[in-house]
Every structure is written in C-alpha cells, then in structure tokens.
Design a protein around this ligand. Structure first.
Ligand code: C5P
Length: 210
C-alpha cells in the first residue's frame, strides 16, 4: 500500500533570517515511515525541517512552512491509501513577512498572526481523500474529550493522542506514550516505549483496522 506521512515542525517566516516554529523533532513521523517501509509499504514522507536522515527507500518532499506542506499534501495524497498526519504544523503564521531583516529600533515589536490552512481538516473535504486517515493530537488538557471530538470533526479513522504537558515523553524525546481512538469508538493504550516500538504498534493497529 501507499502511505503518505507528514512529519516534523513547520517554520513560519518572520523576516529573511527569523521564523516561528515548535519543538517537534520529527522522530515519531520518521519512525512511522521506517516502520511502514519495513512492512513492505511505499512511503512518501512530507517533512518539515528536522535533523534526521530520512529513510533510504522513502520518497521525500522537504517543506518549510504550513502552506508549503498544505500544497505538497494536496498534490501527493491523490495516490495514497493511508495518510498519517504526524507533523506539528504551526497553527499561525506571520501575516506580513518583512522583506528585510527587522531592526531593533523600538522597545516593542508587534507581530500579527493569522491562521495557517488546516491540512488534516482539508483532507476529506477539499482533497476528497477516501483512504484511511490518521491524525495526531498533542494536548495539554482534556485529552480524552479533545481527541474524540477531533477524530469526528476531521473525519479520521484513527486519532493518536499524546499528553504534551509531560516533560518526559513526546515532543523532542526518544520515547512516547499514546492513546488510540478509533472511529468506531474503540480505544487502545500504548504504554511508554521508544518511538520505533510505538510506531510499530500504531502501524499494526492501522493494518488490523483496514
Ligand atoms: O487541531 P490540532 O492542530 O491539534 O490537530 C493536530 C492534527 O492536525 C495533527 O495530525 C496535525 O498534523 C494536523 N494539522 C494539520 N494542519 C494544521 C494543523 C494541524 O494537518 N494546520
């Protein structure tokens, strides 16, 4: 089968040398890409800037901003059977990117932010994707309620939720601990483990649900 996987953070430019981003390392998405390849699937990895080597056998599209990731997914999802949105996409971008490096002339600087396109949220509606859709939810509060609601609202078959308020797992760590929410109401806990092991369990859950 053909897997499309998004991974890593996005970078939203402020001026030619600065950007807004987040702490995503890309490790979870890259582990999923590795796992899917070793199960014999084809993988197209759409990745934000990370310091990881992409898996050899994956087709890789490197992007920077949320809107670049949106365009890449829109283009590539047409041929995918399974789409896993693991990227930590910035929810906001700077409305007007400065053409020159911003000088520190004033004591205060106000940046106006506007929403980025919701890639996962566009997948069913705008991209007309009818394959198996997996979203991620990084929550710091009300994990269960937010995850179940997000699953429904975005038309996912599976939502993988992790609690990013914990400093020992998740963002920028080698280990993770996640909860799976399936569209039919089933739930599954994947206890704390290396991201490679978590990825294998998520992929097994997807295969079992196809
Ligand atoms: O609503 P929230 O941002 O928490 O949803 C997270 C999920 O949505 C992740 O799967 C993430 O990759 C995806 N996402 C996206 N486009 C955005 C924001 C989030 O695809 N602009």
């Amino acid at each position: 089968m053909r897997f499309l996987i998004t991974a890593g953070p996005t970078r939203e430019p402020i001026d030619p040398v600065r950007f807004l981003s987040n702490r995503s390392s890309g490790k979870m998405g890259y582990a999923l890409a590795d796992g899917a390849l070793s199960m014999g699937h084809e993988v197209h990895l759409i990745t934000g800037p990370v310091s990881l080597e992409p898996p050899h056998d994956a087709v890789v599209t490197a992007v920077e901003s949320a809107s670049e990731m949106f365009e890449a997914v829109k283009r590539e999802i047409k041929t995918a059977d399974v789409a896993i949105f693991c990227a930590a996409v910035s929810d906001y971008r700077i409305e007007e990117v400065a053409e020159e490096k911003i000088k520190k002339n004033d004591d205060e600087l106000v940046l106006r932010l506007v929403k980025t396109p919701d890639i996962l949220g566009s997948t069913r509606t705008e991209f007309n994707f009818d394959g198996y859709l997996v979203g991620f939810a990084a929550e710091t509060e009300n994990l269960e309620a937010n995850a179940a609601e997000k699953l429904r609202r975005k038309g996912c078959n599976l939502l993988v939720a992790n609690d990013v308020s914990r400093s020992d797992i998740g963002f920028d760590h080698n280990e993770n601990e996640v909860r799976l929410f399936f569209a039919d109401g089933r739930r599954e806990e994947i206890p704390r483990a290396e991201k490679g092991e978590i990825a294998a369990k998520i992929l097994a859950a997807i295969e079992g649900d196809l």
